[in-house]
Design a protein around this ligand. Structure first.
Ligand code: SF4
Ligand code: SF4
Length: 364
């Protein structure tokens, strides 16, 4: 596929052209945050930093109708009520602009949950089929990033339809636009070709980028987690600061918990799916009052275990990471950056490995 050039000065008009036949979700600054908003002629997309929220909202909206319903009494027999269900209209074709490679890779992990467990989720499937990812490669890693632990990288193309590689040190401002899928190729077909000088600049910048600190060996983490599963003191220590606010899960590109509620108005209503968080005590509260994950220790254990043990065990064939395991975590670091009390999932993973090794050494 031909590499193309997207000049900074052309960005607004190119995005406006995409918006003619897509709902474009563009990153914009709002205070200190960078959030996705539907692009209009007044929108100024900001691609200079990774968005605060994840691209998950394009595929799994924070709130969305599963169906609407209408009750109708049978006038001839008032003991009978009929129920009519209507599916929501299909989602608009959508283009999300500005996710980083870690975010884009998250869509494969959401696919595992909503498409690859033997049951296809129709709403997710419709959003997934109609959404294009125009992502931006990273030029440096923040101190919360650890994508290379989980099989990703600053210019990882998996999950994107187009990957924009920032230029800027060699004269041309803007991006080399590289199509990853045929749909992406179509999207950027009208852009001018990137010049040889631009591609050289890109290659030089990539070669000069400092290599991240070596990733730890995570090949034993799923087994180590199981070895530490029953050690509640360990989990109580790890979760001591946690406030159960759920920010880590709402911002995560791979967390997929949701709740289902009905909103009624007289004889009609709608059934909604809304993001939920396994970090909340209410998430597992049963009708009887029993709660199998009643403490923060139980809940943090579940979140970490889901990502680094249950997921790789459920999808062993999907290995992409250097560890040979696929984790339900892309190493985006949002949960670390946004946690109000600095709970760091990297530290927890390393502590699991160390504690399990210590336990194994002490075993008779
Ligand atoms: S963001 Fe931090 S405090 Fe909030 S639930 Fe997650 S780990 Fe706990
Ligand atoms: S668990 Fe944290 S680092 Fe991993 S994908 Fe989710 S938000 Fe990103």
């Amino acid at each position: 596929m031909v590499d193309r050039y997207l000049a900074d000065s052309a960005l607004a008009s190119v995005v406006a052209a995409w918006a003619l036949d897509h709902r474009v979700l563009a990153p914009v600054r709002e205070g200190a945050a960078i959030v996705y908003r539907v692009f209009t002629e007044d929108t100024h997309p900001f691609l200079g930093r990774p968005p605060t929220s994840s691209a998950k909202e394009a595929l799994l909206p924070q709130t969305g109708d599963l169906f609407t319903y209408l009750y109708r009494k049978d006038r001839a027999d008032l003991t009978r009520t009929e129920v009519f269900l209507s599916e929501p209209p299909p989602p608009e074709p959508t283009l999300i602009l500005g996710p980083r490679p870690c975010d884009a890779r998250g869509r494969h992990l959401l696919d595992r949950v909503f498409l690859e467990r033997g049951v296809i989720d129709p709403q997710y499937s419709a959003h997934r089929a109609g959404t294009l990812f125009v992502s931006v490669a990273c030029t440096s890693m923040q101190n919360t990033c650890f994508c290379h632990w989980t099989g990703g990288g600053m210019d990882d193309e998996s999950g994107s339809d187009v990957l924009l590689h920032p230029l800027g040190t060699g004269g041309a401002d803007g991006f080399v636009a590289r199509a990853v899928t045929p749909a992406g190729e179509k999207l950027i077909a009208a852009l001018p070709e990137a010049t040889a000088a631009m591609l050289e600049e890109l290659a030089a910048a990539r070669a000069a980028a400092p290599a991240p600190e070596a990733a730890p060996d995570l090949s034993a983490v799923a087994d180590a987690f199981l070895a530490m599963f029953g050690d509640l003191d360990f989990w109580t220590d790890q979760s001591a600061r946690c406030l159960s606010c759920g920010v880590c899960t709402y911002l995560c590109p791979t967390c997929s918990c949701f709740n289902i509620t009905d909103e009624n108005s007289g004889m009609k209503g709608r059934r909604l799916r809304t993001w939920d968080t396994c970090m909340s005590a209410l998430y597992t509260l049963e009708g009887s009052g029993h709660n199998p994950r009643f403490s923060r220790a139980h809940r943090l254990r579940n979140r970490v275990g889901h990502k680094f043990c249950y997921h790789p065990r459920e999808f062993p064939q999907a290995a992409a990471a250097p560890s040979g395991l696929e984790f339900s975590c892309t190493g985006c670091g949002r949960c670390i950056k946004s946690c109000p009390v600095a709970v760091d999932i990297r530290g927890i993973v390393l502590d699991i490995l160390a504690a399990a090794a210590e336990k194994a050494e002490g075993a008779p």
